[in-house]
Design a protein. Sequence first.
Length: 306
Amino acid sequence: MTEATHSGEAGGRPSRLHLSLARRIAALAAEQRWPAGFHLREMEIARLFDVSRTPVRAALRVLVDQGMAENRTNQGFFLLRDGVDLEAAGRSLPAAREDDVIRAILRDREAGRLPEQLIETDLQEIYGIGRSSLRKVLLQLAEDGLIKRRRGHGWSFVPSLASAQAREESYRFRMIIECMGLQEPGFRIDKHQFQRSRAAHEAFIADLHRSPSVERFFEINAGFHAMLAACSGNRFLLQAMEAQNALRRLTEYADYGDLSPDALLRSCREHLAILDALEQGDVNWAVVLMRQHLTRPSHAEPNSAN
């Protein structure tokens, strides 16, 4: 049995979980600058991503299938390429069918082609997807906070940030909770998470001369703000931030082409300046920087990078 056979499911295509893990491993390799020949230890990766070894092994086989890693007999998995070259390659991994449909649904909703209320039979016909796969799509959208069940039957989209007024209200709400979160009595810096966030931002900046991935930036950006909310020690603040990230995902994932490299670079540098201030113990300056960071979008383009 070949490695390619191992990595897929019954239909011959890797599952959404396995592809997602493969992308995360590739992104981590780029972030940490792992060299070619680096040993990809299943147990360590499983612990890092809080999953079992089985999906990690399947994800590593996806990387093998794509020529990014090799499986040495009785030794394990090793990188075939330097980590800095893997992030872009990871983005080119084949998408699971469910991922394709999720992106199509988000684009169609943002473009006004889908109503607020969703009927499963209609979605099956529109996207040519089976009932079982559609259920996975809907459950993932619900887990991401983008849709919710309706009483009786069907689903509906949560309120979005499609209008200028909604975006302005969102930024003002975030200004309240994020600036106050930095001043919470229980705020504590997570050194490991700060280091990872900084490395992710710096790696993204280093790659900006190539074709920048707004999808990658969104994950770095959302992770940055969620990390600071988690550092506040206030569970309700973190919950509110996660809800805001879900709302932003609905609109910002729908169109990747609007953000300029300059806007992405500016936002990354602002994030790094906030990290600098917090690591130096200057919370007041960090609050000022965060307020400036979240104020600029109200005077800039609708799809700003904050």
